[in-house]
Design a protein around this ligand. Structure first.
Ligand code: SF4
Length: 281
């Protein structure tokens, strides 16, 4: 399907940030997931660091990150992320990862090490983590929360009915429980989630998802248009009009979300810093 006129991507000023990331042997989800906002964010500069390698143990239908048998974890990675964040002058650092179901703690200790390395080197910067579900392992979740990120993010990605097609190795209720447990175990840490539109979901299903997220105590929300990264990924079922994103945003705010970013090009970490500071932290 042709891209509608409201999805126009500007690529600019990426070179310096890319060069720095390569020089530090660091991956970003911005590049691995072919995010349309890469040019905008890299030119700020900001980027979402992807730790634990670039090979995922899962194979979600919407994601272009390579799947397979990952390499072993890299002990120097947390410090390299902290150094790059300092060199980029980041006041708000976002850390995500592939899913590592092959690791006993799902990679939780690498998240904790990276949060602590960033906070030690940049004591005045805020840290947001966008984590996998750790297969529902509450011990792994506690390891991440003990490192005191400022925002804990775990994406729902889509509505319940579409899980088997969109994220077959994930579980809707389990992901909700990750957010609920994060809120219960660390009430001072803001929780955040996000999902895509355009994969065949209905408005009633979206409203159901919003209700479930609010029941799980979720504070921040991002909603964006699914864009097909490669021919191997799920087709776009529909390009949702900007006014529909606005309507869903109004519903979400009425349900009590503290901050909602909703629009065709909105992504989990895009303008994450603004979202944090504009909420009542
Ligand atoms: S868990 Fe799914 S979305 Fe996340 S990196 Fe792996 S394949 Fe991509």
């Amino acid at each position: 399907m042709r891209l509608p006129e409201w999805i126009k991507v500007k690529a600019s000023g990426m070179h310096e940030t890319k060069t720095l990331l390569r020089s530090r042997r660091l991956s970003t989800v911005c590049e691995e997931a072919r995010c349309p906002n890469k040019g905008f964010c890299f030119s700020k500069p900001t980027a979402t660091f992807m730790i634990l390698g670039d090979c995922c143990t899962r194979d979600c239908g919407f994601c272009s990150v390579s799947s397979g048998v990952p390499s072993c974890t890299d002990a120097d990675e947390p410090e390299r992320v902290a150094e790059a964040a300092e060199e980029l002058g980041l006041k708000y650092v976002v850390i995500t990862s592939v899913t590592r179901d092959d690791l006993p703690d799902g990679g939780a200790s690498q998240f904790a090490e990276t949060i602590m390395a960033v906070k030690k080197r940049l004591p005045h910067s805020k840290v947001e983590v966008l984590t996998p579900d750790f297969e529902g392992d509450i011990g792994a979740l506690q390891i991440v929360l003990n490192a005191e990120p400022d925002v804990f993010n775990h994406n729902m990605e889509t509505v319940k009915r579409l899980y088997s097609r969109v994220r077959p190795q994930a579980d809707y209720e389990r992901s909700l429980l990750v957010l609920q447990n994060a809120r219960r175990l660390a009430p001072d840490i803001k929780t955040k989630s996000g999902f895509m539109l355009g994969l065949g979901e209905g408005m009633d299903e979206v409203l159901e998802l919003l209700k479930d997220l609010r029941s799980a105590g979720c504070c921040f929300l991002t909603i964006g248009q699914y864009l097909r990264p490669t021919k191997n990924n799920l087709p776009v079922v529909e390009y949702i009009k900007p006014e529909v994103f606005e309507e869903i945003k109004e519903n979400a705010l009425a349900m009590g979300f503290e901050f909602v970013a909703s629009g065709p090009l909105v992504r989990s970490s895009m303008n994450a810093e603004e979202m944090y500071w504009r909420s009542d932290v």
